[in-house]
Design a protein around this ligand. Structure first.
Ligand SMILES: [Zn+2]
Length: 291
């Protein structure tokens, strides 16, 4: 029997200290408009994968002239474990998710206990052109998070579909940010979702997006709120819904960080929320019948 809570606290202690490392990358985080430098990002990814015998790096495709890079658990290590797909950097003006996925990969690469629990596939920066220019959309003014449709024609999304199909996924998690908001929230596919509800309930209430009238279910802008910090969205063509329908992941999420809060506090908390969500997913997965 795996003791998730103990491992979770070990992980958090480790994760909190990891933010002070990697000064070369962290220094770039101080000016939000120069957050993303492709060369620095690739160097960071290379360092993380080379520190591990279990992760490997591949170029999925090129998008707007930039490589879109995938980090995966090596295929011989990929069997019989829940497999999780992590994505970030779809919207280039929401860059903190990129750093959070990099820190998560760094911890995973150095923590055999985590590697034994689940395998992963991660794209930390899906829209490198947008990140480089601090723009939500890509160079063709397309919002990639509305393009994940069954009849997708984008080369990037077709490459992703071809590369990721043929694998069972326990969950898909897409890291975003809400530039004008002060609070965290997670968008779920089903009002019965347990993992996100448990995760967000652990946060102090001042960090969470509430419904307008504080009642649940309730409304907040275009979102239906089913609990503090847990929302349902009507947006079509999102990676979250694609994860559910195309990759057949039973659990699929869009996570949102507040763009109006201090960046270092936000990153630290975002990594903790992501970690907690993954542990809640693993708990649920552990209770399911084997596929
Ligand atoms: Zn976004």
């Amino acid at each position: 029997m795996i003791r998730y809570p103990i491992l979770f606290f070990l992980f958090l202690n480790y994760s909190c200290s990891s933010f002070s490392r990697n000064p070369s990358y962290s220094a770039l985080q101080e000016n939000p408009r120069s957050l993303f430098k492709m060369a620095v990002y690739l160097e960071e990814l290379k360092k993380i994968t080379e520190s591990s015998s279990i992760l490997e790096l591949e170029t999925l495709t090129y998008s707007d002239g930039f490589p879109v890079v995938l980090v995966t658990s090596k295929s011989d290590d990929n069997k019989e474990k829940p497999h999780i797909f992590l994505n970030a950097g779809t919207h280039g003006n929401e860059p903190l998710g990129v750093d959070v996925v990099l820190r998560f990969l760094e911890i995973y690469a150095r923590t055999p206990k985590l590697q034994n629990l689940f395998s992963l596939c991660a794209i930390p920066a899906l829209n490198p052109w947008g990140l480089t220019h601090f723009k939500r959309r890509n160079s063709k003014n397309i919002d990639l998070n509305r393009e994940f449709k069954t009849d997708a024609t984008s080369k990037l999304i077709l490459s992703l579909q071809e590369r990721l199909s043929g694998q069972d996924y326990a969950a898909v998690i897409d890291l975003h940010g809400a530039p004008k908001k002060k609070y965290f929230f997670t968008i779920v596919n089903s009002k019965n979702d347990v993992a996100a509800a448990r995760t967000m309930a652990k946060l102090p209430s001042e960090e969470l997006l509430f419904s307008r009238d504080g009642k649940y279910p309730g409304k907040r802008g275009s979102y239906s709120m089913i609990a503090p910090g847990v929302a349902i969205s009507k947006n079509q063509g999102t990676l979250k819904s694609w994860g559910n329908h195309f990759l057949k992941a039973p659990l699929s999420y869009t996570m949102e960080y507040p763009g109006k809060r201090e960046a270092n506090h936000t990153k630290k908390l975002y990594l903790e929320i992501l970690t907690s969500l993954i542990f809640e997913i693993l708990q649920i997965q552990g209770k399911q019948e084997p596929r």
